[in-house]
Ligand binder design. Structure first.
Ligand code: GLU
Length: 584
């Protein structure tokens, strides 16, 4: 996935798009580029591989002045990370500039249909400016040409086009997110709201199929499947929500925010959960769909549903086809997605077109939020750290609340939520930080770490291992403690570290498994509610009933964060990753 921002209006657009694109860096950070209207109405391009700040400095881009510009931060899918493959891409005349987020599946055929055009990159994106040029050479005006091109490409692709001879910037949305920002003196188009929130809180969410022109006077719908949907709305979150504040990294800020988010949830009106829960209670079976951390939430919730006597299955979207013959109309789907743009999930939607869908999603206006029957806004605020932290916790809590409410266990659910709220205060104490920081210094030298647990503790272990991989690059593997002796135990030798997650349900059995590791001279870091002899290091978690996974996961997030710091890795920008996976 990539980040896109554009501005056109009566003000200098350069500071707007540079500030905006830096805030979009979480979406990809291979390369950066900017196109702006030059003094002679020509298009100027500055682009390169590498991090945004450095490229801006190298080209003194912040000294430029222009009323119209577009910028892009890339996460490469087609073609290496090079200057030539960086966006924006130009047509042969140098008058049409395009930035693009997505994949053009038929780009090879399209490229072959343009034998007289000169291509200078290996990207799929480059066909776009040349196709627009070709359509215009065949007599279409700029707007008609972009519409025609949007109809020729296949796959999910959103893109933004600038033309040296037009006041309009044109945005095409399909799959990847695009939103407009409305300002008195001009208009933004961008991949997310926070990238321009400092300058306007008035937004228009775009839908797939939209082709929209913006200029200093406002926006015009050139083509849309939902022409009535383009209301200007005011967003409720503020710039303070998207700032690092006193923290060095977004990841730490977002880990620390979890406590206040839980407390906000405890004090909020939860009637919207009841509506989703009644949809679930009327269903025959619940499918929970998610990728990455969201799949772990699906697994946790499916366990809970089954404990409550409801048939439930957690599925990753790529496996859904395998279930298609068993899905009936009476089955309800709970879709979990932080961004609401996860491509694997979007692609699986045709399989479940006849089923009722509840979306547990953190991004209002996103593709998935727009297609579900019932949208539960996770309301965790914008998450900028690439590794999911607060969105994992809050989505998981909401998902479990739906399960409990659907089984008539509201009172028990709210008691556990209150317990969690209280015990998160007890979790964040100086002695725990000290242990975590000391443990980080021990583990930073490791090449492999195992995460162990049984039942839900095993799922917490999966989430903990994923965080460790993402921000520390240490090979980390979650293994069900019960299956450890069926093979993986062979991996333990003197000094091998395992992190054991132990809550109360299977405690005794878990301890027996851990003893088997100790007998092979393995070392054990225990994340548990009480100290046990089998632990070499003890990190104190807190009980929270059905939400006991929350404190465990928060502690493991902190552990990964501090290991990342001690290895001089930037935890907000781990290599090769991007925040939402908008590719297949
Ligand atoms: N396919 C384009 C490229 O490789 C855009 C990538 C993306 O959106 O992730 O440059």
């Amino acid at each position: 996935m990539c980040g896109i921002i554009g501005y056109t209006g009566n003000e200098n657009s350069i500071p707007f798009v540079l500030e905006g694109i830096k805030s979009l860096e979480y979406r990809g950070y291979d390369s950066f580029g900017c196109a702006f209207q030059g003094k002679n109405n020509n298009i100027e391009i500055r682009k390169d591989a590498g991090r945004i700040n450095k490229i801006i400095d190298n080209y003194s881009l912040d000294k430029e002045i222009s009323n119209k510009s577009i910028a892009h931060t890339r996460w490469a899918t087609h073609g290496g990370v090079t200057k030539m493959n960086s966006h924006p891409m130009l047509d042969c005349s140098g008058k049409i500039a395009v930035v693009h987020n997505g994949i053009i599946e038929n780009f090879k055929e399209l490229k072959e249909s343009l034998p007289n055009h000169l291509f200078s990159s290996e990207t799929d994106t480059e066909v776009l400016p040349h196709l627009i040029e070709e359509e215009m050479a065949n007599g279409k005006n700029f707007e008609e040409a972009v519409i025609a091109v949007s109809e020729k490409i296949t796959g999910f692709s959103s893109f933004v086009v600038m033309n040296a001879d037009s006041d309009n910037i044109i945005a095409v949305k399909s799959g990847s997110p695009l939103v407009l920002g409305v300002r008195d003196k001009g208009m933004f188009v961008a991949s997310d709201v926070p990238s321009f929130l400092k300058y306007t809180n008035k937004v228009v969410y775009l839908s797939d199929g939209d082709v929209i022109a913006i200029n200093k006077a406002g926006f015009k719908i050139l083509k849309s499947n939902n022409p009535t949907k383009h209301k200007v709305r005011e967003v409720t979150f503020s710039i303070a929500d998207i700032d690092k504040g006193k923290y060095k990294h977004f990841m730490l800020k977002e880990i620390m925010e979890q406590q206040s988010l839980v407390s906000k949830l405890v004090n909020s009106d939860l009637s919207y959960i009841k509506n989703a829960a009644s949809l679930v209670s009327l269903s025959k079976r619940v499918f929970l769909l998610g990728s990455g951390s969201s799949f772990h939430i699906a697994l946790l919730t499916a366990n809970l549903f089954r404990d409550l006597g409801k048939d439930a299955i957690a599925v990753q979207p790529q496996d859904l086809l395998n279930y298609s013959k068993t899905i009936s109309k009476e089955d309800v789907f709970m879709i979990i997605s932080q961004s609401g743009e996860t491509m694997d999930v979007i692609e699986s939607l045709p399989i479940i077109k006849d089923n009722k869908k509840i979306g547990i999603i953190n991004t209002e206006g996103s593709t998935l939020a727009n297609v579900v029957d019932y949208f539960i806004n996770v309301n965790a605020g914008h998450e900028k750290g690439v590794a999911a932290t607060k969105t994992f916790t809050m989505s998981a809590i909401l998902s479990c609340l739906i399960a409990m409410f659907s089984a008539g266990e509201e009172r028990e659910a709210l008691n556990d939520l209150n317990l969690l709220n209280i015990n998160l205060y007890n979790l964040f104490v100086p002695s725990v930080y000290k242990t975590i920081k000391d443990t980080a210094l021990i583990l930073k030298k490791e090449k492999d770490i195992f995460f162990l647990g049984r039942g839900n503790d095993y799922i917490s272990a999966m989430e903990a291992a994923l965080k460790m991989k993402e921000v520390t690059y240490i090979h980390s593997e979650a293994i069900d403690s019960a299956t450890f002796k069926h093979g993986p135990l062979a991996l333990i030798s003197k000094g091998t570290y395992s992190v054991a997650l132990v809550s109360d349900r299977f405690k005794d059995r878990e301890i027996n498994n851990l003893k088997e590791i100790k007998a092979r001279n393995g070392k054990i870091i225990g994340i548990a509610n009480e100290k046990m002899d089998v632990f070499d290091v003890f990190i104190r978690s807190q009980p929270a009933g059905i939400f006991s996974f929350v404190p465990q996961v928060i502690l493991s997030q902190l552990l990964s964060y501090y290991i990342s710091l001690s290895k001089h890795i930037d935890p907000d920008h781990p290599r090769n990753l991007a925040k939402a996976v908008t590719t297949k």
